[in-house]
Design a protein around this ligand. Structure first.
Ligand SMILES: [Fe+2]
Length: 326
């Protein structure tokens, strides 16, 4: 049995520069983070040190972009063939289940891919800067989170951090700005449509920043869906499949989805979220470092007790959920 709410964790004692945080303060928060992530598999961090004004700026430039005329947005549509997914995606470009997903997004690839990245500089000159500006805050938080995992699981210091040296550099996705556009009662939308279909994240850890509109749900280990109620200025944390495998299933990669709101009038307002993906450096070998939990043994059989190569594993899952148009 797990709790039916996403735990709230105050990080005010550890929200500075990673290199200056005391071990005692880290230990205390590591215990809270570990308990949450090995339980429901998610937690909400508050006072986390990420400048939320920068997130507001991302919402603002994203809102401008998603409200451009369709032909302008389509100029920046991601090309899933290149393996450097960067740019605009529209309803129908991705789905995790059979249902149509009513959303648009902008993917940001890592800096190494910049030479092939397009940004809507002409329409929104401040767009690229808004995303560039948030990188260092989120890299710092990733290090803090990974150190907490190392402490909680008594892993060798730097075991995880040393495998995340190139955050934001590699070619595939680093960040994603999501826009769940308005749906009016008279709009003809497929009966079984959803905002974002059920899935687990792919890599190590995901940080989700969401506005206060709501709709995000998480599946508990007893298969009940509960709402991840938005908390102002909080960052929702969830483990990806690679971290789950690395930890023998202890850090649960919780399935999640975004539903249409039950009263159609509530969908008359767009929902925005911003997501940061921390994945291992390219070519990292991932294997269970702890005994596999009995309840995860069957699930892990699909990996055949293999060492997983992180980049191709993540790319395979991106390919599987992205609809090729070519
Ligand atoms: Fe997700």
């Amino acid at each position: 049995m797990t709790s039916n709410i996403v735990p709230l964790i105050d990080c005010s004692t550890i929200n500075g520069n990673f290199d200056e945080i005391s071990a005692i303060d880290l230990n205390a928060v590591a215990n809270e983070i570990g308990a949450a992530m090995t339980g429901i598999g998610m937690c909400n961090l508050i006072n986390h040190g990420v400048d939320m004004k920068k997130i507001e700026t991302i919402y603002k430039v994203s809102d401008k972009f998603f409200n451009l005329p369709e032909e302008k947005k389509l100029k920046y549509r991601c090309d899933v063939q290149t393996k450097s997914i960067h740019g605009y995606g529209c309803a129908g470009d991705q789905k995790f289940t059979e249902a149509t997903e009513l959303k648009e997004w902008w993917y940001v690839a890592g800096l190494d891919a910049d030479h092939e990245c397009k940004y809507p500089n002409e329409e929104i000159p401040e767009f690229k800067l808004a995303f560039d500006d948030i990188r260092s805050d989120l890299k710092n938080l990733t290090k803090i989170f990974l150190r907490c995992v190392e402490i909680y699981l008594k892993l060798e210091e730097e075991f995880l951090i040393s495998k995340h040296q190139n955050l934001g550099l590699k070619k595939h996705i680093e960040m994603r700005s999501l826009y769940y556009y308005t749906i009016k009662p008279e709009d003809k939308i497929p009966e079984n449509s959803i905002r974002l279909g059920e899935h687990q994240d792919f890599g190590t850890v995901t940080f989700v920043m969401q506005d206060l509109v709501g709709g995000l749900e998480v599946k508990t280990s007893d298969n009940k869906w509960i709402e991840a109620v938005p908390v102002k200025d909080a960052i929702l944390v969830n483990s990806g499949l690679l971290l789950e495998y690395w930890t023998g299933g202890l850090f649960h990669a919780a399935p999640h989805r975004v539903k249409k709101l039950p009263d159609m009038r509530m969908n008359a307002r767009p929902r925005q979220s911003f997501v940061y993906f921390a994945d291992p450096d390219e070519g990292t070998h991932v294997y269970p470092t702890l005994p596999v939990l009995p309840q995860k043994k069957m699930e892990f059989e699909r990996f055949g007790n293999r060492v997983i190569e992180s980049t191709s594993f993540i790319q395979g899952l991106i390919d599987a959920s992205t609809i090729r148009r070519y």
